[in-house]
Each structure stands twice: as C-alpha cells, then as structure tokens.
Design a binder for this molecule. Structure first.
Ligand code: NAP
Ligand code: ZN
Ligand code: ZN
Length: 352
C-alpha cells in the first residue's frame, strides 16, 4: 500500500486536550478504491464519546467524523459504480470481512470478524489506523461508498450517514408505521431524524424531551405530541401508552421510567449509548411482557435505501454549518443540548 497523499485534518491528541490541526497520509486509491474530496462532515455525539474516551476504547491521535459527503476525485482501475465528479457518502464503517454471515446478509455493521470503523479503528489488516471525516479527503473501497443525490443540499445530507441510518434502520426492522404510537426520546441529532422518519412512515409520534424550549421545533419536525419527561406527572399520564420508544439519549437516565410508558409487548429500542451501564429491574419488564433492544447504524444496502428514500421524500437534517476551527466550541454546545439539530463542518475551512 502506498501512502503518499498528505491530508489536512483535525485530531484529538488525547482524551482531555482540545482538537487541533493534524496531518495524515491517505493511501493512493487501489484498484477498487475511490478517492473523495470531503465537502461536509456531520458532528455526531459518538465523536465526543470517543474523542473523550468515554467508551474506553479510544485510539489517539483520533480524527473523528463519520457523516461524510464529498465528490469523487479519482477512481481505481476496477471501479465500476462511480466516476470522477460523482457525489459520494461515507458512513460509520469503511470495510468489513465480507465473508461472515452478517456481511453476507448486508449487515456489515454486525460483522462477526469486526467491521473497520471510519475512525478510531483499524483497516481489515488489523494494524492500519482509520481516520475520519474531519479531514480534506478519504480513500475507501467503492463497495463501502454510498451514492448521494444531487437534488438535496449536501450539508443537510451529511448527517443522514449516521443519525439518519441509525434511526431509519430500527424503525424499518420493527416495521413501525400506521397504527403505531411511537415515542422518540431526546431531541438531538438522532432524535430529530427519528421524528422525521417515524412521522413519514405514518406512525403517531410523541417527542419525549427534557427541554421545554424544543416543543415548537418538535412539532415542526413532524411530532404530533410533545411531552416533558423531566416531569414525573407527565410520564405518569403516558403510562402504558407507546408501542415503541426509540431512546436516543446520550447521558445517564432512567430506563425503568421509560419502560413504564410502553404498552404490553412494547419495545424500547436503545440507540443512544451513554457510557454508564443501565439499571433495568426485572420487574420493569415482566408485568407487561416488554422487550429492550439495541440497534447499531445500518448496513450498506439499507443505508443506500435510506438515502434514496430521503431523496424521494425530500428528507434532510436540520443543520448548523460551522468551520472546523469552531469544533471544540461545538462539542461544548452539544453537551448543553444547544444545537438545532446537527452541527456540520464545512471542510472548505480546513483547506485554507
Ligand atoms: P445529541 O445531538 O447530543 O442529542 C442527545 C439528546 O439527548 C439531547 O439533545 C437531549 O434531548 C437528550 N439528553 C442529553 N442529556 C440528557 C440527560 N442527561 N437526560 C435526558 N436526556 C438527555 O446526540 P446524538 O448525536 O443524537 O447521539 C445520541 C446518542 O446516540 C449518543 O450516545 C451517541 O453516541 C449515540 N449513537 C448511537 C448510534 C448507534 O448506532 N446506536 C449511532 C450514532 C449515535 P432533550 O433536550 O430533548 O432531552
Ligand atoms: Zn454517529
Ligand atoms: Zn463480516
């Protein structure tokens, strides 16, 4: 493998220092690779968890970013699906073993031999570190590259690559739609996409939020109802109310209180990934035959399906575009819930 292309980036040097300028070498595109000039990259709360080593698995220096959109600048000799000038997207992983049952089923995110995360991971050789989208370019196998419609604003498409697919996939898996009452817990990057998709699939959607100031936005995004879950009386009223709750909360919270809002046979779908273990008493599940489930992003095929659905139905993320120089401030603001509803980095700011 040749590593010759010097690439500007922003990296976290360790768990406590701010992110700052960094440079790295991307490989020259191999026969099946595409080289992408990155235009926009979304800022996911997982970037913060990992930059700060909150999940305990961080590799430094770390270049975060897994909501990537850009334009193809070079293709390998055997590339068939892309040509120079095409728009392209990269999500949360850049490779997987391609042999295990999960990969064969198009569920590469659950690869039994371990997928290669877009950052904070290793290529399939197990030793070459991966660096994410807070950078000017990336080189990825075409099979792990998504097609992006030219008909939607690119900066608002970037968050679909993680926040979008992470909420689309479980809603599809559990066949959420007409006749279902769905609660979306936490109005942030994932939450605002969950509201849009659940409403678009025909469900009756309630925003479950701890922020009274978000009510008008929740309704504008498509929620039919808004409930302030920090108020126990409000939660009580919603006892045994929902068929599904999709929980996008990034910090420690009360899972038992959330389960109490589910009907018999209801499912609590956890996508939010707080570092602390959840307290789930058996008796919060038993009396109502409840299930608690997890879901991680989505496979390549389903991510493409989601992007195509969004292009067809004009669904994008509500974004605040920032230059890379404001990334540390953006992390601080996200931790305070002060983002409507996804920060997206304009990578042009990194080229100057
Ligand atoms: P985000 O934009 O920061 O949104 C998180 C939301 O959670 C906040 O807006 C807030 O909503 C709520 N919240 C935060 N602290 C809370 C607390 N202490 N108690 C109750 N609610 C609280 O984050 P995000 O990017 O959407 O990511 C959310 C979580 O999903 C993160 O843990 C992330 O790592 C995880 N994630 C998982 C996957 C996956 O594949 N499963 C993929 C991407 C991200 P309100 O103000 O409305 O209460
Ligand atoms: Zn993410
Ligand atoms: Zn595999």
């Amino acid at each position: 493998m040749l590593f010759t292309m010097n690439t500007k980036a922003y990296a976290a040097p360790d768990a406590t220092s701010p992110l700052g300028p960094f440079s790295l070498d991307r490989r020259e595109p191999g026969p099946h690779d595409v080289q992408i000039e990155i235009l926009y990259c979304g800022v996911c709360h997982s970037d913060i968890h990992q930059a700060r080593n909150e999940w305990g698995n961080s590799i430094y220096p770390m270049v975060p970013g897994h909501e990537i959109v850009g334009r193809i600048t070079k293709v390998g000799d055997h590339v068939t699906r892309f040509k120079v000038g095409d728009l392209a997207g990269i999500g949360c992983f850049v490779d997987s073993c391609r042999k295990c049952p999960a990969c064969a089923a198009g569920l590469e995110q659950y690869c039994e031999n371990g997928m290669s995360g877009t950052y904070n991971g290793y290529e399939q050789d197990g030793k070459t570190p991966t660096y994410g989208g807070y950078s000017t370019q990336i080189v990825v196998d075409e099979q792990y590259t998504l097609k992006v419609s030219p008909n939607l604003p690119l900066q608002a498409v970037a968050p679909l690559l993680c926040a979008g697919i992470t909420t689309y996939s479980p809603l599809r898996h559990w066949k959420v739609g007409k006749g279902h009452k769905v609660g979306v817990m936490g109005l942030g990057g994932l939450g605002h996409m969950a509201v849009k998709f659940a409403a678009s699939f025909g469900a009756e959607v309630t925003m479950l939020s701890t922020s009274p100031s978000k009510e008008a936005d929740a309704r504008r995004l498509g929620a039919h109802h808004f409930a302030l879950t920090s108020d126990p009386a409000v939660r009580e009223k919603l006892g045994r109310h929902f068929d599904f709750i999709i929980d996008t909360v990034s910090a420690r919270h009360d899972y038992a209180a959330t389960l109490a809002m589910l009907k018999t046979d209801g499912v609590l779908i956890c996508v939010g990934a707080p570092p602390e273990p959840a307290q789930v008493p058996a008796f919060s599940l038993i009396p109502n035959r409840l299930s608690i489930a997890g879901s991680m992003i989505g496979g390549i095929r389903e991510t493409q399906e989601m992007l195509d659905y969004c292009a067809e139905h004009n669904i994008t993320s509500d974004v605040e575009v920032i230059p890379i120089q404001q990334i540390n401030e953006a992390y601080d603001r996200m931790l305070k819930g002060d983002v409507k509803y996804r920060f997206v980095i304009d990578i042009a700011s990194l080229r100057n």
